[in-house]
Design a protein around this ligand. Structure first.
Ligand SMILES: Nc1ncnc2c1ncn2[C@@H]1O[C@H](COP(=O)(O)OP(=O)(O)OP(=O)(O)O)[C@@H](O)[C@H]1O
Ligand SMILES: [Mg+2]
Length: 206
């Protein structure tokens, strides 16, 4: 079992945004979250890694119940997350530094971290951006850079929040084939019906 969410209630601004939610991801799946704006998709993804507190209910990752900050901290890395706003996770200064950052954090040597980062940029077809300051990237370039940083840490599972934001149709197609080729379980919040249609094995409507 990868993820089991049971009776989960989450609050934002003293109001329940997710109430008694139950779902399981038990195998490699492209599991989609859909729902109108403000229905709590991002809140749920953040809570799954302990960035929003659990009000009531349980989150179990890989068979282990997660409650404390320590429990969640262990998951950040094995479970990679791309935030809805990619700017929230880019540190820079350059694209290459940014993508290497997570690997350095994992304790890899500087040389190895930069080698992995460059390989990852090549895999995503954005090695030409390697020396670019992250604040000078386009929205779509920021998305791919954030994804490269997450993938460089070799996650076992991905949480992606509106990954097609800012992408044109050519880059959406590129993202779909890239995600298919990864062979990783993923939970994806998306308003993009076309994208969902191309990739989803399972859809949960909030
Ligand atoms: N940092 C925050 N502090 C307080 N309330 C928040 C915060 N972020 C979101 N909310 C509120 O929580 C509710 C759920 O927001 P959330 O961002 O999870 O929705 P969403 O389904 O991801 O929406 P969208 O489709 O627009 O991305 C909204 O009513 C929102 O106003
Ligand atoms: Mg959202």
């Amino acid at each position: 079992m990868i993820l089991n969410v049971s009776d989960l209630t989450l609050y934002r601004n003293q109001q329940a945004v997710i109430s008694n939610l139950n779902f399981t991801i038990s195998e490699q799946q492209h599991f989609f979250l859909q729902g109108d704006i403000g229905t709590g998709k991002s809140t749920l993804l953040l809570a799954l890694l302990g960035f929003v507190p659990i009000h009531t209910g349980n989150i179990e990752w890989f068979g282990n119940q997660c409650k404390t900050e320590q429990d969640f901290e262990k998951l950040r890395g094995p479970v990679g997350i791309c935030f809805q706003n990619a700017e929230d996770q880019l540190f820079g200064p350059t694209v290459l530094d940014d993508v290497a950052f997570g690997c350095l954090n994992q304790g890899k040597s500087r040389e190895r971290a930069y080698e992995i980062a460059l390989e990852q940029l090549q895999k995503l077809g954005i090695e030409h951006l390697k020396s670019r300051p992250v604040n000078l990237l386009s929205g779509g370039e920021k998305n791919f850079t954030a994804l490269a940083g997450v993938l460089a840490m070799q996650p076992k599972m991905l949480l992606l929040d509106e990954p097609t934001n800012g992408l044109d149709s050519k880059n959406k197609t590129k993202l779909v084939s890239l995600l298919k080729d990864l062979s990783l379980p993923m939970l994806i919040a998306s308003h993009d019906d076309g994208f969902c249609h191309q990739l989803a094995d399972n859809v949960l409507h909030l």
